[in-house]
Design a protein around this ligand. Structure first.
Ligand SMILES: Cc1cc2nc3c(=O)[nH]c(=O)nc-3n(C[C@H](O)[C@H](O)[C@H](O)COP(=O)(O)O)c2cc1C
Length: 345
């Protein structure tokens, strides 16, 4: 990973944009699938969804895949602000099914200065799946998170009272039971789980889920073979009920652009939380099952729930997981065209 001193201040627009990708790739993504590609053109970069990294069982519409790419886009915006670069971004530029954004440098415009202070949080943010300390999220924190989401046109609903957390926790437990009863779901999840000493640059090592070395070795086999739904449901229900805050990000419509903006809002919230000494973990299960998503929507009074998080001050530190480096996900446009033609052949 290059350091801040390596920023090519006197380089071309493309060299600067390529440098910013180093920060984009530190974004979270479902199962750490890192479903993004950065296609370089003469003077700009296009962010593409890499659908070969989709999760057809957990995420059949690639909704979380596009949200993950939105998270990467927001990191890139924060890094641009840090290095004093103004961007011009066209989201969903031509309804192209994979091209999510064209990203240019705009030398006439002012950088998004307000985002620069989030830069330090990019490498420190990790998903923390351990329990959180009771009462560790303040009304001021929740207000800041709602403002962060609103800046992207995304609604945030937060729940801190027992009755609301209980009602949402029941839906999470029901979703766990349904998902883990499916062989296909378990096989897909197991294929992204790795042992703790893995050299893999994607997926989730056992330590990210709180497993020691031995458990991390057997976890993929256990997940693939047994319906562990009841146990996971009980654990997640407990975590949700005792979370200082449960937060739902939602949108009024459910199109590609909503998902990109949800990802940007989500990453904004996560970086703001990191800056405040708080951490987050995902409890998206009820949003991944159509019927339960509708039920949750009705329950919280939101049209389209997109992401469900728990937030708080962690009781234990969580370790970062690996990423594919920027060079591995940055491709020249000419090469990409050949690759697509080959795929279609
Ligand atoms: C859209 C999205 C959905 C996610 N859903 C879940 C989830 O349901 N359960 C979970 O434990 N983690 C979930 N995650 C967290 C990822 O597993 C995590 O970001 C990834 O493993 C990389 O780890 P890191 O966030 O610590 O960098 C999700 C992340 C994103 C961006």
């Amino acid at each position: 990973m290059p350091t801040e001193a390596d920023f090519p201040a006197n380089g071309s627009d493309l060299e600067k944009l390529r440098f910013l990708v180093n920060y984009a790739v530190l974004a979270p993504s479902s199962h750490n699938s890192q479903p993004w590609l950065f296609i370089t053109h003469d003077n700009h970069i296009a962010l593409h969804a890499d659908r070969t990294r989709g999760l057809p069982v957990a995420d059949p519409h690639d909704r979380e895949l596009v949200i993950s790419c939105g998270c990467a886009l927001f990191n890139l915006r924060v890094a641009a602000a840090r290095f004093g670069v103004a961007l011009h971004i066209e989201r969903n530029p031509d309804d192209h099914e994979d091209r999510l954004a064209n990203i240019h440098i705009d030398s006439e415009a002012a950088p998004e200065a307000a985002l620069a202070s989030l830069f330090e949080a990019i490498p420190r943010r990790v998903t923390n799946r351990f329990p959180f300390q009771p009462g560790s999220v303040s009304a001021d924190d929740l207000h800041a998170f709602a403002e962060a989401c609103a800046a992207h046109g995304i609604s945030l609903r937060s729940y801190t009272d027992d009755a609301s957390r209980h009602a949402i926790a029941e839906r999470i437990a029901e979703a766990d039971r349904q998902q883990l009863a499916s062989d296909a779901f378990r096989r897909e999840l197991a294929s992204w789980l790795h042992h703790n000493r893995t050299g893999s640059l994607d997926g989730m090592p056992g330590y990210a889920l709180g497993f020691g070395d031995l458990m991390s070795l057997v976890a993929p086999l256990v997940v693939r073979t047994f319906d562990i739904g009841e146990g996971i449901a009980a654990r997640d229900r407990d975590l949700a009920e005792h979370s200082p805050a449960l937060c739902v990000l939602s949108t009024g419509t459910d199109h590609h652009e909503d998902w990109i903006r949800t990802g940007e809002a989500l990453q904004h919230l996560l970086l703001e939380a990191t800056r405040r000494g708080l951490a987050a973990a995902f409890l998206n299960q009820p949003i991944e099952i159509d019927r339960l998503r509708q039920d949750l929507a009705h329950h919280v009074g939101a049209r389209f729930p997109q992401v469900l998080l728990r937030l708080g001050k962690p009781t234990r530190e969580a370790k970062a997981t690996a990423r594919r480096p920027a060079e591995a996900v940055t491709i020249d446009a000419g090469l990409h065209e050949n690759y697509r033609a080959f795929q279609g052949f």
